[in-house]
Design a protein around this ligand. Structure first.
Ligand code: SF4
Length: 135
């Protein structure tokens, strides 16, 4: 599967009652998270472009149109996660390797700073990140 870098963080924090997302988007994201948990050998190609999570997003118009001009910010957010983790665009990793690596490089306490500017950032994100997606 293809996952853009900053979604490696978001995948820890999705829950059924998230506001502001469409039902199809949440179901798709949950399906992806469940597949990864069920099969830790799942191969993940890291990108900084529209990915398998964006696929079901109503803001996906070929680029992210969550709001005008945000696509550049989203790509910079991906680049920030790439730089902090050392992950390489276009490279494929096993889920069992990539998630522990992400969590080693980006601590839960770093989430508010790393994700500053994200309109979905909420108080509980850091805690959900701390507890979520343990492989
Ligand atoms: S808001 Fe933008 S980056 Fe996030 S899932 Fe939707 S299209 Fe992708």
């Amino acid at each position: 599967m293809k996952i853009r870098a900053h979604h490696l963080l978001c995948l820890h924090t999705i829950s059924g009652d998230d506001e502001g997302y469409s039902k199809a988007f949440i179901e798709n994201m949950k399906r992806i998270a469940e597949k990864i948990k069920k099969d830790p050998d799942t191969e993940i190609k890291v990108i900084k472009d529209m990915d398998d999570i964006c696929r079901a997003c109503p803001n996906n118009k070929g680029i992210c149109m969550l709001k005008p001009g945000i696509n550049k910010w989203i790509i910079r957010h991906d680049e920030k996660v790439l730089s902090l983790t050392g992950l390489k665009v276009g490279q494929t990793y096993k889920a069992i390797d990539i998630f522990p690596l992400v969590k080693k490089k980006i601590k839960a306490d770093d989430i508010p700073a790393v994700c500053r500017g994200c309109i979905w950032l909420k108080e509980g994100c850091a805690e959900e990140y701390r507890k979520g997606m343990v492989l």
